[in-house]
Design a protein around this ligand. Structure first.
Ligand SMILES: Cc1cc2nc3c(=O)[nH]c(=O)nc-3n(C[C@H](O)[C@H](O)[C@H](O)COP(=O)(O)OP(=O)(O)OC[C@H]3O[C@@H](n4cnc5c(N)ncnc54)[C@H](O)[C@@H]3O)c2cc1C
Length: 464
């Protein structure tokens, strides 16, 4: 009988959640054998940075996450095809059986393709010119430069539309809601966002669905035709649960787990986009949740008593043209602060309770973002001068210097002090700071801020 901390672990899937888990296991003192089966041909990479490959800013190789700890058995290009819970082994597409003491499902999510007759052929495959965006393979072969219609209205649709526009493509965003991001933003923020997108030459067709596609055009339900040599479907994701379901594990939207990320079988865990933790809100999609779950599970598998508790969501649009963040939820708010500057397409709404941030939307107010996110994460009271906070006046960062303990990269929990240490150790570029600290390698939302710190160190306006 194996003891905690020395058990044989098999991980299925090698996305950001699995990568983080494997990296943290050793740090938490796990000494057992770790085997990872990943069906993609390459090692783990930062999926959120795919839009930087789409716009040509980064090469696919630049997204690679660091190699796993020495001794990890990595089986790339191998799909786990079945789990035999009775015999405690996983069957791989390479014909091998992988025995485990603990199994971790980290199978992630796959794009959801809506039931649109023009999107899939009789064989069930996407029709030529129609694609989704989830993997590096999806970014390859971007097409001829034809006009592209992005279908969807969530963060991925908006980021992809802007990335393709930066790449020089003619882009139309087709969304059935009243405005892009209508599930996250109030109507005034939506108006400002729409105005910004139009100013960036992204054509918007909102309140519309695409009914047919022919001759490189999409026909909308109001009879209009939209140029669509290529169509990118950004219409949501669904957890990959087939393996768990076939193994007899409980599945709702995702694989059902408790706060120890355990399925009903105590030897089988799930984390990341495929898992559905307690709380009744479905899977906690996103890179940050995946990392938090990996941290908790690594502690547990190493023999600790960790639990996963979800932090409030903070979502930042990864588009250099647009500072847009939304976080938390308005529930239970006692005070609302609204700032609207329609001419400059700036907008903010804060929901406060007990003088603390419960939820917020910030658009075009880049200097306020770090301060508001920090106050929210820490549950600290907002300053009496709310407007100064929103305008990024030096409420947070008195003078030129920012507090060293300010978290810059929330994915990797990198503070200003960590960046300063890396600078002192010789990292002089954003890439160098990223390699030394992992800042920017998660959702990528802090790239601009790390660039700012880097420039400030070079100027000597930040303490090194
Ligand atoms: C373009 C883009 C931008 C994004 N931006 C953000 C962002 O800004 N912020 C944010 O929080 N999140 C963002 N996300 C979402 C984020 O990438 C995911 O939440 C994160 O990747 C989840 O990690 P995961 O490891 O759980 O799943 P995944 O990343 O989906 O990885 C799962 C892996 O398991 C493999 N797999 C599945 N089944 C098997 C099997 N049977 N055998 C072997 N391997 C298998 C899959 O092929 C995949 O490689 C973005 C996603 C995309 C596509």
């Amino acid at each position: 009988m194996s003891t905690p901390g020395t058990e044989r672990i098999v991980v299925v899937g090698y996305g950001p959640a699995a990568h983080r888990l494997v990296e943290r296991l050793g740090r938490h003192g796990h000494r057992g054998e770790v085997t990872v089966l990943g069906d993609e041909p390459a090692g783990a990479y930062s999926r959120p940075l795919l839009t930087s490959v789409l716009d040509g800013t980064l090469t696919p190789g630049a997204l690679a996450l660091p190699a796993p700890p020495e001794g990890t058995h990595l089986r790339l290009g191998v799909t786990a095809t079945a789990v035999d819970r009775h015999r405690r082994l996983v069957r791989g597409s390479d014909g091998r059986a992988y025995p485990y003491d603990r199994l971790v499902l980290a199978t992630g999510a796959a794009p959801l393709v809506p039931d649109l007759p023009w999107a899939r052929g009789a064989d069930g495959r996407l029709t030529p010119g129609v694609r989704t965006l989830r993997t590096l393979a999806h970014c390859a072969d971007l097409g001829s430069g034809d006009p592209v219609a992005v279908v969807g209205g969530g963060p991925l649709a908006v980021e992809a539309a802007l990335a393709l526009r930066r790449r020089g493509r003619d882009v139309t965003l087709v969304h059935r809601g009243r405005y892009p991001l209508d599930r996250h933003l109030d109507a005034r923020a939506g108006e400002s966002l729409s105005a910004r997108l139009r100013a960036l030459d992204v054509a918007l067709c909102t309140g519309r669905t695409a009914e047919a596609r022919t001759g490189g055009k999409l026909r909308l339900d109001d009879g209009r035709w939209v140029a669509a040599g290529e169509v990118l479907l950004c219409t949501g994701v669904a957890p990959r649960t087939a393996l768990a379901r076939a193994a007899g594990l409980a599945v709702r939207t995702g694989v059902v787990v408790d706060d120890k990320l355990r399925t009903a079988d105590p030897r089988v865990h799930a984390l990341g986009d495929c898992a559905e933790p307690p709380g009744g809100t479905g899977p906690h999609f996103g890179h940050t949740a995946a990392w938090e779950q990996a941290e908790a599970l690594a502690g547990l598998l190493a023999g600790g008593r960790d639990r996963y508790t979800a932090a409030g969501p903070v979502v930042r649009l990864k588009a250099p043209e647009m500072d847009l963040v939304w976080l938390g939820a308005p529930d239970g708010a006692e005070e609302t602060v609204v700032f609207a500057d329609a001419a400059r397409r700036r907008y903010a709404r804060l929901w406060l309770r007990d003088g603390r941030v419960r939820g917020a939307v910030l658009l075009g107010l880049g200097r306020a973002i770090a301060a508001v996110v920090r106050l929210y994460r820490r549950g600290e009271p907002v300053p009496a001068d709310r407007l100064a906070l929103l305008l990024g006046s030096p409420v947070e960062y008195a003078g030129e210097r920012r507090p060293a303990d300010a978290v810059v990269c929330h994915c990797a929990h990198v503070t200003g002090a960590d960046l300063a240490a890396a600078w002192r150790a010789g990292a002089r570029t954003v890439a160098g700071l990223a390699a030394a600290t992992r800042a920017t390698t998660g959702c990528g939302g802090c790239v601009g801020e790390v660039r700012g710190w880097c420039a400030a160190y070079a100027r000597g306006t930040e303490a090194r």
